[in-house]
Design a protein around this ligand. Structure first.
Ligand code: PLP
Length: 443
């Protein structure tokens, strides 16, 4: 049989989202590789994404969505930005991974340091979880102390010591929030309420000399969008200084997302000279590839192996393709006017949502910073996690599905932030607001 005859083209088999989800659940626990993707909070069938470009994603059935998740934060330039794609393809041609140092790692570290004055040295890792976990080990090693404070509703990845909820009182340390975490592992983790200065003061008064670090999301994107108040951050800084604890800003979500200098630059505007001691980054600095980092002063960072006694390592750390992606992303977002235009677009979105809710007569509030936003079905902006959970979850879920049906993909859970990219056009925002107005009129 001649081999040069064209093959009859078979129509590509199209699987529905439901079929894929069923198949996925047979091979993967819950059908997903990260729990929130399963739509458990909002119900329904997760969309299986086939491809994405600019501000859009298409699911397996060919339906298009305006994407306000952006891979949970990294895609600040939108999907498939030409300069980023080009850098990734070039890097991939040169080799996927060497397990030896490269110039590009140095360039990426220098780029982060250039934009974030609190950082003199940075170590690259592969996930936010790894970065947050390593930052805590570093803080403990540098201070010689064991205890750490975190806040209810803040997420710092799934390292054992951080999967913890508050104990019954300030004197008691937390309880694990996951099976498989022995209580002894979280016995040094104290969980306090976000934005509660009195609780913070009491915790330091009772055990300040034993506290290695306080870890906080400065704008908490894991409770939708809740800002740490300026007086709270001010007191946090004072107490850490007074008791010799290190202040760790987890900027995995806010880093290079809310401002080029990250959330810490916003607090430094309100509190001149303000800096955290250790910063944790992820998401945007990898541009969609597995890359994260933690950084601090040279003095603190020199505690790390191979210089110091705090061990930390990674086979794929500083991966050449991931660093190419991150570096190309950071170079794009550092261009003049980038954040002004991103903020204006994000504000247009939240103002449009506000107006749509107001004309439907619904209690609703929003907040945003740079390319990150949140919205709540409630009258006032929540200041902590219990207040987030007290907003109208049933209405949020209905709204989520009404938007998804109209091709707008918001985060599938009440306690997740949203993200606008530089690729979202005025038309995308207008279409989103029109869809929201239609959805909210039905409420
Ligand atoms: N810290 C914060 C603030 C996060 O939002 C996340 C993930 O969403 C993490 C840490 C963990 O990052 P990763 O999912 O890359 O492990």
């Amino acid at each position: 049989m001649p081999t040069n005859l064209p093959c009859p083209l078979e129509a590509p088999a199209v699987s529905t989202n439901a079929e894929l989800f069923e198949r996925a659940q047979r091979a993967i626990p819950g059908g997903v590789n990260s729990p929130v993707r399963a739509f458990k909070a909002v119900g329904g069938t997760p969309r299986f994404i086939a491809r994405a470009q600019g501000p859009y994603m298409w699911d397996a059935e060919g339906k298009r969505y305006i994407d306000y998740i952006g891979s949970w934060g990294p895609m600040i330039l939108g999907h498939g930005h030409p300069a980023v794609l080009d850098a990734v393809l070039k890097a991939a041609h040169d080799g996927f991974s060497f397990g030896a140092p490269t110039e590009r790692e140095v360039e990426l570290a220098e780029e982060i340091i250039r934009h974030v004055p609190s950082i003199e040295q940075v170590r690259l890792v592969s996930s936010g979880t790894e970065a947050a976990m390593s930052a805590i080990r570093l803080a403990r090693g540098a201070t010689g102390r064991s205890k750490l404070i975190k806040f209810n509703g803040c997420y710092h990845g799934h390292a054992d010591a951080l999967l913890v909820k508050a104990g019954s009182g300030l004197a008691t340390f937390g309880h694990p929030t996951s099976a498989g975490v022995p209580p002894e592992v979280v016995q040094h983790t104290l969980v306090l309420e976000y934005n509660d200065i009195a609780q913070l003061e009491e915790a330091f008064q009772t055990q300040g000399d034993e506290i290695a670090c306080v870890m906080i999301e400065p704008i908490a994107g894991n409770m939708n969008f809740v800002r740490a108040s300026v007086p709270f951050v001010k007191r946090l800084r004072e107490l850490c200084d007074q008791y010799g604890a290190l202040l760790v800003f987890d900027e995995v979500m806010t880093g290079f997302r809310v401002a080029l200098g990250s959330a810490q630059s916003l607090y430094a505007q309100a509190l001149p000279g303000f800096q955290p001691d250790i910063s944790v980054f992820g998401k945007v600095i990898g541009g969609g590839m597995p890359l994260a980092a933690f950084g601090s002063s040279r003095k603190v960072m020199q505690q790390l192996a191979p210089l110091g006694p705090v061990y930390q390592a990674g086979t794929l750390s500083g991966n050449p393709v991931a660093t190419a992606c991150g570096l190309a992303t950071l170079r794009e977002i550092a261009k003049p006017g980038f954040y002004e235009s991103l903020s204006a677009r994000t504000q247009a979105l939240v103002q449009g949502l506000d107006a749509a809710a107001a004309s439907a007569g619904l209690p609703f509030c929003t907040d945003s910073q740079g390319g990150m936003f949140g919205f709540f079905f409630g009258k006032d902006l929540p200041q902590n996690y219990p207040a987030v959970l007290a907003t109208d979850q049933a209405r949020f879920n209905r709204f989520f599905h009404a938007m998804l049906d109209q091709g707008v993909y918001f985060a599938p859970a009440l306690y997740e932030a949203g993200f606008v990219s530089a690729a979202h056009s005025d038309e995308d925002i207008a279409a989103t607001v029109a869809a929201a107005a239609a959805a909210l009129r039905q409420e």
